[in-house]
Ligand binder design. Structure first.
Ligand code: PLP
Length: 395
């Protein structure tokens, strides 16, 4: 006997990973240069040299001390370094006691949802959205409520969000800069969202949290990235070094429970309990210590910015429609037929791997990940041209 819902999750890996796996096979068959893989968000910028230096220094430590368990929320010195960094940058008044070090943003979000949701609760997400939100919300016993972003801007539709908030709402997940669209929500709009949620909390007599998925906080091209806990008390920030320091396989990030939350100590205790229930003993210890050493290392996003410029100029010239990305490393492109899955299949004929929007809870678009080699983007343009022509000849 097995758990059916777990079996279903295992049997249907998400489309991004499916396409990524297909890409690996295809590269083995026809050569990596001949496949234009826009599927997965593996940063193409190497981790900064400071990370390598930190590893080398740590390897000189007493190995017993280096590899020991830390307390579940993390090494106190690492938590203190993260809190200081949050205070230096955002003046949050963060204390180390409200930082919980995690294995990346995935566990941060899964733990946060488990900490605040009760059976029958609802969690709002803005569609299109990062697909795993649904998995983690369901695991927390809650229901995911999808509220579509306002098209064509893909910004927050505040009145639609307001209509979705009710007495069952425990949280809304905000991801800005956003995966899959690359949009950034202006601070003004987030402040309006915060004011509306304050009203709704009073109306329904319950806490409604913003889970701020800050996975791409550092990956922005000039736009101001709002820091939500500065203006919304009930915020739980989920952060990762997967993108900012190009360490996706190392699994390191954190949860910050806003110090000004009324029952902050209870929320933090529930976070600790959720981490325990989900089987996290502590985040990888060497990485915790690497992060403490590299806490102030800035992210260098110039290569992504160049890729963005080349990709958008190329596709614009070919007549593709897309949303101008202000952050992250994704481009949201209108499919050339209403069925995004069929369009993604067609694109494969030209060795273009584009993720259909259905995977993100939306119809008629594809996501292109441009944290790839610049040369791949340049060489893919004839394939995009041929794909466009294939549709033009059908019309
Ligand atoms: N949130 C968003 C929006 C993401 O795009 C990702 C990963 O791509 C994650 C969370 C999970 O990140 P991590 O690798 O830190 O688990």
């Amino acid at each position: 006997m097995i758990n059916r819902s777990m079996y279903d999750l295992g049997a249907a890996p998400n489309k991004i990973r499916e396409l990524f796996a297909y890409g690996m096979e295809r590269k083995a068959e026809i050569g990596a240069r001949n496949v234009f893989d826009y599927s997965i968000g593996n940063p193409s910028i190497p981790a900064p040299d400071e990370v390598r230096q930190a590893f080398l220094e740590l390897l000189e430590m007493d190995p017993v001390a280096l590899h020991e368990y830390t307390p579940s929320p993390g090494d106190p010195a690492v938590r203190a370094a993260i809190a200081k960094n949050l205070n230096d940058r955002f003046d949050l008044g963060a204390t180390a006691g409200n930082v919980y070090v995690t294995s990346g943003a995935s566990s941060a979000i899964a733990i946060s949802l488990a900490a605040i949701c009760n059976e029958g609760d609802e969690v709002i997400t803005i569609s299109p959205y990062f697909p795993e939100y649904k998995t983690w919300t369901h695991t927390a016993g809650a229901k995911l409520i999808e509220v579509a972003a306002a098209e064509p801007s893909f910004q927050l539709d505040l009145s639609a969000i307001e209509s979705a908030v009710n007495e069952h709402t425990s949280a809304i997940i905000i991801n800005s800069p956003n995966n899959p669209v690359g949009s950034v929500y202006p601070e003004e709009s987030l402040r309006e969202l915060a004011a509306m949620l304050e009203r709704k909390q009073k109306e329904f007599g319950r806490d409604i949290y913003i889970i701020s998925d800050d996975a791409y906080r550092e990956i922005a091209y000039g736009a101001h990235i709002a820091c939500i806990p500065q203006f919304y008390t009930n915020t739980i920030t989920c952060y990762t070094y997967s993108k900012s320091l190009s360490l996706p396989g190392e699994r390191i990030g954190y949860i910050y429970v806003n110090d000004v939350i009324d029952n902050c100590a209870d929320v933090f205790t529930a976070v600790c309990g959720a981490g325990r229930a989900l089987g996290y003993i502590c985040a990888p210890v060497v990485l915790q210590r690497v992060i403490a050493k590299c806490i102030d290392v800035p992210s260098d996003v110039r290569a992504y910015e160049e890729n963005r410029a080349i990709l958008t100029a190329g596709l614009r010239e070919l007549g593709y429609e897309f949303v101008e990305p202000e952050g992250a490393f994704y481009l949201w492109v209108k499919a050339l037929e209403p069925d995004a899955e069929a369009f993604s299949e067609k694109a494969k004929e030209f060795e273009l791997l584009l993720v259909p929007s259905n995977s993100f809870g939306s119809q008629g678009w594809v996501r292109l990940t441009y944290c790839i080699e610049r040369d791949t983007i340049e060489r893919s343009m004839p394939a995009f041209k041929a794909l466009k022509e294939a549709y033009a000849s059908k019309a």
